[in-house]
Design a protein around this ligand. Sequence first.
Ligand code: SF4
Ligand code: SF4
Length: 415
Amino acid sequence: MQTRLADWIRETPMGIEADAILRKCVHCGFCLATCPTYDLLGDELDSPRGRIYLMKQMLEGSPVSRRTQLHLDRCLTCRACETTCPSGVQYGRLVDIGRSLVDERVGRTAGDRLRRWFLKNTLPSRPLFAGALGAARLLRPLLPRALRRRIPARREAGAWPATLHARRVLRLGGCVQPAIAPSIDAAAARVLDAIGISLVDVPRSGCCGAVTFHLNDQHGALRYARANIDAWWPFVEAGAEAIVITASGCGTMVKDYGHLLQHDARYAAKAARIAELAKDISEVIAAERAVLLAKLAKLPRPHKVAFQSPCSLQHGQRLAGVVESLLREAGYTLTPVPDAHLCCGSAGTYSILQPELSQRLLHRKVRALEGGFPDEIATANVGCLAHLETGTAVPIRHWIELIDGRLGFPLAGRG
Ligand code: SF4
Ligand code: SF4
């Protein structure tokens, strides 16, 4: 695609990056077939190619409006289009640039600003979110049924392994996951312990910054990134071999720290090293599969699992098929999930900011997951887990909890 960026952006780091991405797009339209919002709305401007045009026009100096903002807001940042694109267009990076420039130009309504401020200041704060969720759980019996379903039930964590192995990997402290499902990291710690690796808690590490970043506060998100780097760095210098992340959405963000902090003279080198060390839990387990599989108890009966592969896992981190093969090798029967490339509608804060589209995607995804009559649904991201749980009665767990259960620890219930 030929471009002629406007003077105000052409020579800036954002302009240079956006221009390089735009030039790769050859308008072929292959990406339309895998875009969930195009599939739902049938409007080219709600497709990757349409949004790329809108951003190109803006970068070339055309006026932008709330309409442009709406089409970019409706994008889930699921990055299914990147997986499909034969030209390697990094749509996710382009839309981050596009969104920040559109917001600078057209602003947001007072209500929208308030909603976004509230999300940005509660979700990434572990104590605030845990307090709010605790209160909601207490009030749960008094709430109408529709609201009750939206409050994730308690999942007991169980014991954290006491043994300290020579091989050590670091934990991301996180924000919402410890309150919604502390069972996930505890299960990961036990599974890693079984293969001779300690998952080291790093109390000062916190939110990865993804929520803030996708709410368009990119500077705020980088503060979280720097704080995590500072928290992990002494452990990295002491020989920790990886940073293991059990929420694929957070993993995608941490793997991007190197890119996001490349222009920060103080942090660029450390951020690049942290990004290199960041691993989804499935990558670590897959590398040790032979040791682990030998330790799993036999399944007492055939067990059918539908795996929901989060967009951040299959498109963001390009790890499609890794968890699926681990689950098969562990003896589970995976049920077919049609349109597995499509987003479930969770997408960070999308389910709150775009509830109608999110619900349509949720119902579609639940139909696809339930179609093979699974005993359980497994996922790899806490946001998807909490979102899917509002739409189905089939038990949902992180896949590492299933493996943990096979090592003898009883599976955490839905509370
Ligand atoms: S598939 Fe890639 S090159 Fe083709 S229109 Fe979409 S973004 Fe552009
Ligand atoms: S990121 Fe997802 S929703 Fe956004 S344009 Fe690409 S495929 Fe469509």
